[in-house]
Design a protein around this ligand. Structure first.
Ligand SMILES: *[C@@H]1O[C@H](CO)[C@@H](O)[C@H](O)[C@H]1NC(C)=O
Ligand SMILES: *[C@@H]1O[C@H](CO)[C@@H](O)[C@H](O)[C@H]1NC(C)=O
Ligand SMILES: *[C@@H]1O[C@H](CO)[C@@H](O)[C@H](O)[C@H]1NC(C)=O
Ligand SMILES: *[C@@H]1O[C@H](CO)[C@@H](O)[C@H](O)[C@H]1NC(C)=O
Ligand SMILES: *[C@@H]1O[C@H](CO)[C@@H](O)[C@H](O)[C@H]1NC(C)=O
Ligand SMILES: *[C@@H]1O[C@H](CO)[C@@H](O)[C@H](O)[C@H]1NC(C)=O
Ligand SMILES: *[C@@H]1O[C@H](CO)[C@@H](O)[C@H](O)[C@H]1NC(C)=O
Ligand SMILES: *[C@@H]1O[C@H](CO)[C@@H](O)[C@H](O)[C@H]1NC(C)=O
Ligand SMILES: *[C@@H]1O[C@H](CO)[C@@H](O)[C@H](O)[C@H]1NC(C)=O
Length: 897
């Protein structure tokens, strides 16, 4: 239904991140105490001044950094700033006065520092704690940091450092905490880091590190937390990991690990009793799911997005501490190997603490008896695409803490039992879509206390849409059989978070309520394919966030309210197949300048197309066909910048909308075009376009437009489809039409066009639908070109047109040029003269023959194939070759004459 450019942040990563942040805060507050670092600000006696050399070093550091705002304003040479131990972020030892801590994280400091990290820091030889996180220093991690040999805590998180990790960091033998995450570090992980045998916390996640995890990591025997997620690490974990007996958290999601899962577990056998978090999602792990029972402390297990296959172990437990279990999306292409099987209650029998369970998008059959009493209370359940039906799962009845429930596409063909709606007032996300659920919806207005998003699409719900909770965030009831009016909307008032409304493809009717001022947050309204009638109420104009308004295929009538000119975020207006009337108003072009799609097709708009339409610089689909529009075409096609550009990538940047949902246990940011939904009449048949970026079209067909086709049309080098058929357009086909290099379909039929077909039309390599029929064209269809390869019907009903593929030959073309027979080869000149004819005739006719033959075989196949372009290029070269050969032969001959 919708094209998604999904930026997935698995929830575990987000949670992990929060966890890490919390943890590091804890550690950072805790470590100074443990390390005996004192707080310099409150010196026991005011006498202790900082050491001059260290002070100068700090001042040099400040100098090398670019300091904005009031960051580091307490640092300076002035009299009142003498004691550098009192500077913000600086801490000294009570007794010696040496700087021991430099805590300059951007958040605690009022803003990021940029520029360089000065090597003057080397003076601070007593530094135990260095935190520069969040600042934007340039370049690489400075190697001199490795000479601060007393360092115990080094935090260089999110600094934008690039390049490799300096192997010298392996010398910092006192280091306990090392965070290099969220940088652009690349290359392999230096094995020297393995020398950090006191390290407890190592975070290298969110970088571009590649290669294997060094074997030497097994020497970091103090390691409690190891974070390597979101890199490009390969292989598996080294054997030496068997030494990491204190490991509590191992995070390696989103890498390129290919090991068998059971191997990994084998190497973690010494951490069996300590390991709490194992995150391996987003790798290419294979093998079957082993028994985890030995990992008795396990709280979180993330294995989604791998290539694990069945069968399942008898039971997942006992894992008395397990809270998170994510096995979703282990479906690989070969179904023989995928993660399939039957999951029954036995699998869960000892998972007392389980709260988050994600099994979606596997080929699992969930076979629970109807009187199953699960030993846990789940908060989030995602079983999308598992076989759960045909009955609505009754065991849910005892799960009353659920906040997210996704049992979509689960083959449920049942009614929703009435207890379900009272099950969990805390529900935030409900997805029952793509089942065959029948029945009515009860009044839901007071069932849920939190913000809630509801997706019941693609089911068989009937009856009226009942009152719904006023704290909705999104609502998708599309593709059901709901009927009646949508007055329920007016009761959802005052919500600032309700941004998505899709009621399309139901049997809804009646007029639109006039209460849209209460629904100001809506960005998408899709009411297509219903039987709504009446006019658009003026309160539509208060939807100042709206980006897509899709009302196609209803019975709306009347004029568009002028208030719509305030909906300046609109990117898509799809009003096709209604009975809207009135003139196309200037404000559409003047105010709705973000429009990408404007489809008014098949309505009753009349009058001329206003010149102001030309302000729509981003327009990609302009479809005004099948109305009563008259007058001339606007003279400013060159202003449609998105259509002038022939690449689609930049238009993507200007044409996204984003909203976030929870799906399958993930926060998903959608960047949508919403146009795949908007069926577009293209190449004579309705097709869904997955990606608007690729579709650029103007369709003004079936109106009463007059005048000439303006010259500027030729500047639309990105246009893919141009349909001006069934109007009263006169004049000639523009000569420069060959500049519209991307054109795939051109329909100018049923007009009054006259003159010859411009030869440049033959330069359109992508053209595969052409209709020039029913005009007044004359002359010869350009020969030796692909134009001859279209069906004759493309040119029919043009009495003065001649040449292939039409049956009527052009005057003077009746006799094919025969190579003159050499009768008296007396002198060279004549011989070559004959050659000349032979050569030309031969090549030209062979050229035509070849092209026709080629097209006969491949033509139909090529249309729409991605290979088409290559073939056309090839064809083009062949044609050129014939041309060049013929011409150069001629030239040679002429020289000789
Ligand atoms: C340093 O001074 C602070 C504040 O006076 C005090 O709380 C702390 O115990 C002292 N630390 C040492 C190691 O003496
Ligand atoms: C660091 O570890 C390597 C092995 O990875 C070892 O050869 C080297 O001696 C160690 N260096 C120090 C300073 O411990
Ligand atoms: C993962 O490895 C495979 C081959 O081993 C490679 O084709 C692929 O590009 C790698 N993916 C990443 C994200 O590095
Ligand atoms: C128009 O909507 C009706 C439902 O009201 C649907 O049955 C029909 O298929 C739709 N027509 C098109 C062309 O989508
Ligand atoms: C749509 O509504 C009109 C009245 O507004 C009614 O005459 C027509 O039968 C309805 N069409 C369908 C398919 O329900
Ligand atoms: C169209 O572009 C021209 C410059 O190319 C500009 O002067 C004119 O104002 C534009 N017209 C509209 C309606 O945007
Ligand atoms: C989405 O649009 C916004 C502005 O509307 C732009 O800043 C952003 O770069 C776009 N993002 C993408 C991925 O196109
Ligand atoms: C609901 O589930 C369906 C099918 O699994 C999915 O396509 C859809 O995106 C989900 N809806 C939401 C809002 O996440
Ligand atoms: C152009 O539009 C007319 C209807 O307005 C349609 O019949 C025809 O198929 C369209 N031509 C192409 C090439 O899509």
């Amino acid at each position: 239904m919708v094209t998604k450019y999904i930026i997935m942040l698995p929830k575990s990563i987000q949670l992990l991140h929060v966890f890490v942040v919390v943890l590091s805060l804890l550690l950072l507050n805790y470590i100074p105490v443990v390390l005996g670092l004192s707080s310099g600000g409150v010196e026991a006696a005011n006498k202790i001044r900082c050491i001059e050399r260290e002070k100068q070093a700090l001042l040099k550091f400040k100098e090398a950094a670019v300091v904005d705002f009031s960051v580091l304003s307490s640092w300076g040479n002035e009299e009142d700033k003498k004691d550098c131990c009192k500077w913000s972020g600086v801490h000294c030892n009570n007794h010696s006065g040496h700087v021991t801590m430099l805590d300059l994280d951007a958040y605690g400091n009022g803003g990021p520092l940029t520029g360089k990290v000065s090597p003057s820091l080397l003076e601070l030889q007593h530094l135990k704690y260095l935190d520069l996180s969040g600042n934007w220093f340039e370049g690489r991690i400075p190697e001199f940091i490795a000479s601060l040999s007393r360092l115990q805590v080094l935090n260089l998180n999110e600094i934008h450092f690039g390049g490799p990790i300096p192997h010298q960091l392996g010398n910092l033998s006192n280091l306990r905490y090392l965070d290099l995450s969220y940088n652009y570090l690349d290359g392999p992980i230096p094995h020297q880091l393995g020398n950090l045998s006191n390290l407890r916390y190592l975070d290298l996640s969110y970088n571009h590190l590649e290669g294997p995890i060094p074997d030497a990591f097994g020497n970091m025997i103090s390691l409690v937390q190891l974070h390597l997620s979101v890199n490009r690490l390969e292989g598996g974990i080294p054997k030496s990991f068997v030494n990491l007996s204190r490991l509590q958290s191992l995070e390696m999601s989103s890498n390129n690990l290919t090991e068998e899962l059971s191997e990994i577990l084998h190497k973690l056998s010494r951490s069996e009793n300590s390991l709490q978090t194992l995150n391996l999602e987003g790798n290419q792990l294979s093998g079957t799911l082993p028994n985890f029972t030995r990992f008795s402390s396990l709280r979180e297990l993330y294995l989604s997005y791998n290539q694990l296959n069945g069968p399942f172990p008898e039971s997942f437990g006992p894992l008395p501490s397990l809270v998170y279990l994510d096995l979703s999306r282990n479906q690989i292409t070969s179904s023989l190997n995928s993660f399939q099987g039957i999951i029954s209650e036995a699998h869960f029998s000892n998972l007392y603490s389980l709260q988050y369970l994600y099994l979606s998008f596997n080929q699992l059959v969930l076979n629970f008896s109807s009187d199953w009493d699960p030993p846990f209370q789940l908060r989030e359940i995602s079983f999308a695409s598992c076989k759960l039906g045909p009955y609505f799962p009754k065991w849910l009845q005892k799960q009353n803490k659920i906040s997210e429930l996704d049992i979509s596409a689960a083959e449920i063909s049942d009614t929703v039992p009435s207890w379900f709606w009272d099950l969990s007032p805390k529900l935030k996300f409900l997805n029952l879509s793509c089942n065959q659920i029948t029945g009515l919806l009860p009044d839901l207005s007071s069932k849920f206390t939190d913000f809630i998003g509801i997706d019941l699409s693609s089911n068989r719900f009937t009856g009226q849409i009942p009152p719904l909770p006023s704290n909705l965030t999104f609502l998708n009831l599309s593709k059901n059989m709901f009927s009646g009016s949508i007055s329920f909307l007016c009761a959802i008032s005052g919500t600032d978070y309700f941004n998505y409304l899709d009621l399309s493809s139901n049997l809804l009717s009646g007029g639109l309520p006039n209460c849209w001022e209460h629904l100001k947050a809506l960005t998408v309204i899709n009411l297509a394919n219903n039987n709504f009638s009446g006019t658009l109420p003026s309160s539509i104009g208060s939807l100042n966030a709206i980006e897509a308004l899709q009302l196609r295929n209803n019975s709306f009538s009347g004029r568009l309210p002028k208030s719509m000119n305030k909906c300046v975020q609109l990117k898509i207006i799809d009003l096709e197949q209604n009975r809207f009337t009135g003139k196309i108003q200037a404000w559409i072009g003047m105010h709705l300048t973000s429009l990408i799609v404007l489809s008014l097709r098949s309505n009753k708009f009349y009058g001329s197309i206003p010149q102001d339409i030309c302000y729509l610089n981003y327009i990609q689909v302009l479809d005004l066909s099948q109305n009563d529009l008259s007058g001339k075409l606007p003279q400013c096609f060159g202003n449609f910048s998105a259509l002038v550009q022939s690449n689609s990538s930049d238009s993507e940047e200007t044409s996204n909308f984003t909203y976030t949902t929870y799906e399958d246990g993930m926060y998903v940011t959608h960047v949508d075009y919403y146009v795949s939904n908007a069926l577009v009449q293209w190449k004579g048949q309705e097709r869904e376009f997955k990606k608007l970026g690729l579709l650029k079209m103007i369709d003004l067909s079936s109106n009463k437009l007059t005048g000439k086709i303006p010259q500027q049309v030729a500047s639309l080098a990105g246009l893919v489809c141009l349909n001006l058929s069934r109007n009263n357009l006169g004049g000639r086909i523009i000569q420069e039409i060959g500049q519209m290099k991307m054109l795939e379909a051109l329909d100018l039929s049923a007009n009054r066009l006259s003159g010859e077909i411009p030869t440049s039309l033959a330069h359109l390599n992508f053209l595969c639908v052409l209709n020039l029929s029913n005009n007044n064209l004359s002359g010869k269809i350009p020969s030796s070109t692909q134009l001859e390869t279209f069906d004759a019907s493309a040119y029919s009903e043009n009495p003065k047109l001649c040449g292939r593929p039409l049956p009527n030959k052009c005057p003077g073309e009746e006799t094919v040029v025969e190579p003159p027979i050499s009768t008296h080869g007396k002198h060279k000149g004549i011989q070559e003269d004959e050659d000349r004819f032979i050569t030309l005739g031969f090549y030209v006719s062979m050229g035509i023959g070849f092209i026709v033959g080629f097209w006969g075989v491949f033509g139909t196949m090529l249309c729409n194939s991605p290979l088409r372009y290559a073939y056309f290029k090839f064809l083009d070269r062949i044609q050129n070759w014939f041309y060049v050969t013929a011409v150069s032969n001629m030239a040679r001959l002429q020289r000789n004459l």
